[in-house]
Design a protein around this ligand. Structure first.
Ligand code: NAG
Ligand code: NAG
Ligand code: NAG
Length: 373
C-alpha cells in the first residue's frame, strides 16, 4: 500500500469517531436536565475546554459521597451499622466506572493464568519469578483467608496505617470489631491495644519491614509478603522451607528477619496486581516501561487499601496521612520519630498518592476513622 493511501484509510475512521464524539458532547450539553450546566458555563467563560466529567485517572471530578439512587434503594432497608454486601464495589464503580472487582487477595497455584500480572516483573507482576513462586506455594498449601472468613457473606475490613495520628484516640475496641484487621510491616500491637486494637488478621510486609523480635508476632495471624523485588521471593522461600540458615542476606536495603515464627500454612503472597493497579491506574505514577523507577512505587498502605477494594464489602482505614504542617507531630504511633524525619522519597510520590486516597474518602468508598487523609 502506498503511504498516502494508508494515511487516508487511517484518517477516515478517526474523523468519523471525532465527529461522533463531538456531536455526542454537544447533545449532552443541550440536555435540559443537565445539572452540571452552570459549572460547564463557568468553565467555558474562563476559556477552558470541558473535556469530561472524569479526571485523567478515570475518577469522577465531582465527589460528594452521596449514595446513587439505586444504592439508596438497595441498602436503604438495612438497619444502621449492619454490614452492606457489595457496598465498596458499588461505591467504587460509581466514582470510577472502569473498576473490575475480581482480583484474588493472594496468589494461588493458578497464578500464571492471571494475565495482568504475568507480563510485568516485580513489583508489578510475577514475570521471571514463576518457578520460585510455584515452589513457595507448594510449601504454604493454603491460599485464602481461611474457612471462617471465606464463608462470610459480608466482610468488613480495616487497614491500620502506622501514623502517629492513631495515638490517644482510643480506637482499639472499634478496630477489633472489624472482621479483617490488616496491619503493616513492624507496627506493634502489644502495649498499644487501647489505640490500635488487639486483633490482627494479617500482617502485610516486605522483608525489610518485618518484625525482627520473634516474641512480638501475634498468634493466629497470617504473614503476607508484598514482594517488591525478586530477592524478596528468594527470602520467602527460605522462610517457608527454613531448611538451613540463610547465609547471605544480600540485596536488601536494611537488615531483615531470618526467621518468621509462622507455619508455612500461615504464610501468603499478596497478589502483585494491587501494586500495579494502584501505581498505574489509580494514582497515575510513571509507567517507566513497567519497571521500578523514580516515584512509581505506591506505599504499602495504599497497596493494602487497593487489595481491600477488591475483596471486602466495606473498607475502613485508620492511622493514615502525614500532616506535614506539624513537623513536630509523631510520624508513627510507636516511636519518637517526628514528622520532619520524612525525607523526599525516591520511590514514593506521597502527594500524588494522597490525591487518590482523598478521592476514595470524598467519594465515600472508604471510611477514614482518624481523618488524616
Ligand atoms: C425495602 O423495603 C421496601 C418496603 O418495605 C420493599 O418494597 C423493598 O423491596 C425493600 N428493598 C430491598 C432491597 O429489600
Ligand atoms: C498521648 O498521651 C500521652 C499521655 O498523656 C502523651 O505523653 C503523648 O504525648 C500523647 N501523644 C500524642 C501524639 O498526642
Ligand atoms: C510526584 O508527582 C508530581 C506530579 O506528577 C511530580 O511533579 C513530582 O516530581 C513527583 N515526585 C516524585 C518523587 O516522583
Amino acid at each position: 500500500m502506498r503511504p498516502t493511501r494508508s494515511v487516508i484509510i487511517l484518517l477516515c475512521p478517526m474523523l468519523v469517531l471525532g465527529f461522533l464524539y463531538y456531536s455526542a458532547g454537544r447533545l449532552q450539553l443541550r440536555t435540559p436536565v443537565q445539572k452540571a450546566q452552570p459549572d460547564l458555563d463557568s468553565l467555558r467563560s474562563t476559556g477552558r475546554e470541558v473535556a469530561s466529567v472524569y479526571d485523567n485517572q478515570g475518577f469522577l471530578h465531582k465527589l460528594d459521597g452521596k449514595l446513587p439512587l439505586e444504592l439508596q434503594y438497595k441498602y436503604g432497608n438495612l438497619s444502621k451499622g449492619e454490614c452492606k454486601p457489595g457496598y465498596t464495589e458499588a461505591k467504587m464503580t460509581s466514582i470510577y466506572p472502569k473498576f473490575l472487582k475480581p482480583a484474588p487477595m493472594f496468589l494461588d497455584k493458578n497464578f500464571k493464568r492471571l494475565s495482568k500480572i504475568s507480563s510485568y516483573q516485580p513489583p508489578f507482576g510475577v514475570k521471571t519469578q514463576e518457578k520460585i513462586i510455584d515452589n513457595i506455594l507448594d510449601g504454604t498449601k493454603i491460599y485464602s483467608l481461611g474457612s471462617e472468613l471465606d464463608s462470610m457473606s459480608c466482610m468488613r475490613c480495616i487497614i491500620i496505617g502506622n501514623g502517629g495520628i492513631l495515638s490517644n484516640k482510643s480506637l482499639g475496641s472499634k478496630i477489633d470489631e472489624y472482621d479483617v484487621v490488616v496491619r503493616l510491616n513492624e507496627a506493634p500491637v502489644s502495649g498499644f491495644e487501647k489505640d490500635v486494637g488487639s486483633k490482627t488478621t494479617m500482617r502485610i510486609t516486605y522483608p525489610e519491614g518485618t518484625i525482627q523480635k520473634l516474641e512480638r508476632y501475634e498468634k493466629n495471624s497470617l504473614f503476607v509478603l508484598s514482594a517488591f523485588k525478586p530477592v524478596d521471593f528468594k527470602w520467602l522461600r527460605h522462610i517457608v522451607y527454613n531448611k538451613e540458615k540463610m547465609r547471605k542476606m544480600e540485596g536488601f536495603w536494611k537488615s531483615v528477619a531470618r526467621v518468621i515464627p509462622r507455619e508455612p500454612e500461615e504464610i501468603r503472597i499478596l497478589n502483585p496486581y494491587f501494586i500495579q493497579e494502584a501505581a498505574f491506574k489509580f494514582i497515575g505514577l510513571p509507567h517507566n516501561n513497567g519497571v521500578m523507577g523514580r516515584g512509581n512505587i505506591p506505599t504499602l498502605g495504599t497497596v493494602a487499601i487497593t487489595m481491600a477494594l477488591h475483596n471486602c464489602d466495606e473498607v475502613a482505614v485508620a492511622g493514615f496521612g502525614y500532616d506535614m504542617s506539624t513537623p513536630r507531630a509523631p510520624l508513627h504511633y510507636y516511636e519518637k520519630l517526628m514528622m520532619s524525619a520524612i525525607k523526599e522519597s525516591w520511590t514514593h510520590n506521597i502527594s500524588k498518592e494522597k490525591e487518590f486516597l482523598q478521592k476514595l474518602v470524598k467519594g465515600g468508598v472508604i471510611q477514614d476513622l482518624t481523618g488524616g487523609i
